[in-house]
Design a protein around this ligand. Structure first.
Ligand SMILES: Cc1cc2nc3c(=O)[nH]c(=O)nc-3n(C[C@H](O)[C@H](O)[C@H](O)COP(=O)(O)OP(=O)(O)OC[C@H]3O[C@@H](n4cnc5c(N)ncnc54)[C@H](O)[C@@H]3O)c2cc1C
Length: 287
């Protein structure tokens, strides 16, 4: 339970951080809240020789409105998401999701940037970001770029980030006023990763679903955006037959591992159950 030795770096700017990561190469890792990386280091599943701590970089902090988007600095903690009045008002699914991540101790240090960049299919925020059509702002030594969350995840712990790049912020288009939302997570106990979870954001008009987006957590090597399932629901009143079809379409794109959270078939079914519950809660919240 003791990590290997490493050199510690504490840059003050994004440019300094990406410069260090580029110069130090494969042996360097960015450090954010440390609540995924340090456990991996203690188990010797990660043995970086250099840690580049992002904590002192002021430009990675804060939550701000920017036109029709909200921009959240990568070092914003999960506690910071819960405490943000702006997010609670405009994108309340982030608060709901943060509250089911781990426990307060983890949430005080664990960051949004670390959660989305980590690439662990068990992390909760990536599917929510796909559901919300978020974009990740990324910086590397050769400049800045933006990557859609829906295109970011390529495999377990394998993302679209190039070596030396960091996520600097998450940009989320503010969902329509009156939208309904829910993040429904099945876990074995408080503080656990999801057996399966579903994120839903929808709008209603004239008693029917006008728009719908669905993300699924921990039921494949990557988080999933269930586009076909959501399309089935648009135009419906969320009647039982249509929900059943949408649930089947969502279950069809899952490919979970059989592990200590249950056999694959069970986890697929639980993804469907979480989705049906999330749809009902989101619809009840929509105005
Ligand atoms: C007991 C326990 C329970 C947990 N339960 C859950 C849970 O239920 N759901 C959940 O989602 N998470 C859970 N976590 C993980 C937690 O949310 C982590 O905080 C999160 O996954 C990673 O964020 P971090 O800031 O701690 O990142 P770190 O651990 O510092 O970094 C994680 C990885 O991301 C990279 N990284 C970090 N920041 C950036 C960046 N800005 N740009 C590029 N790469 C970056 C690092 O190099 C590293 O590879 C749990 C953790 C613990 C210890």
């Amino acid at each position: 339970m003791i990590p290997g030795s490493f050199a510690y770096h504490r840059p003050k700017s994004i440019a300094e951080a990406v410069g260090l990561l580029a110069d130090l190469g494969d042996e360097a890792r960015a450090l954010a809240g440390g609540h995924s990386l340090i456990p991996m280091m203690k188990l010797r599943l990660a043995t970086p020789e250099h840690l580049v701590d992002l904590a002192a970089i002021a430009d990675l902090a804060g939550v701000r409105a920017d036109g029709a988007d909200i921009v959240i600095g990568a070092m914003t903690t999960q506690h910071g998401l819960i405490a943000s009045a702006l997010l609670t008002e405009k994108i309340p699914i982030l608060r709901e999701t943060s509250l089911v991540i781990a426990d307060p101790q983890v949430r005080y240090l664990g960051t949004l940037g670390g959660n989305v960049a980590n690439g662990d299919p068990g992390n909760d925020m990536p599917a929510v970001m796909m559901c919300l059509n978020a974009t990740y702002q990324v910086a590397g030594k050769s400049g800045e770029r933006r990557i859609a969350a829906r295109e970011f995840y390529q495999g377990a712990y394998f993302t679209a980030l190039e070596p030396g790049e960091i996520v600097t912020a998450v940009r989320i288009p503010v969902p329509a006023a009156g939208h309904g939302y829910a993040y429904q997570k099945l876990k074995r106990k408080v503080g656990d990763y999801a057996t399966a979870a579903a994120a839903v954001v929808l709008t209603k008009a004239g008693g029917k679903i006008a728009s719908c987006s669905i993300g699924l957590t921990n039921v494949a090597e990557t988080p999933l955006w269930a586009e076909a399932a959501a399309k089935i629901l648009v135009g419906s009143t969320l009647d039982a037959a249509t929900v059943k079809k949408a649930v089947a379409a969502a279950e069809a794109i899952t490919s979970p591992a059989s592990d200590n959270r249950g056999p694959a078939a069970y986890r697929t079914k639980m993804a469907g159950v979480m989705l049906a519950r999330a749809l009902a809660r989101a619809a009840a919240r929509a105005t």
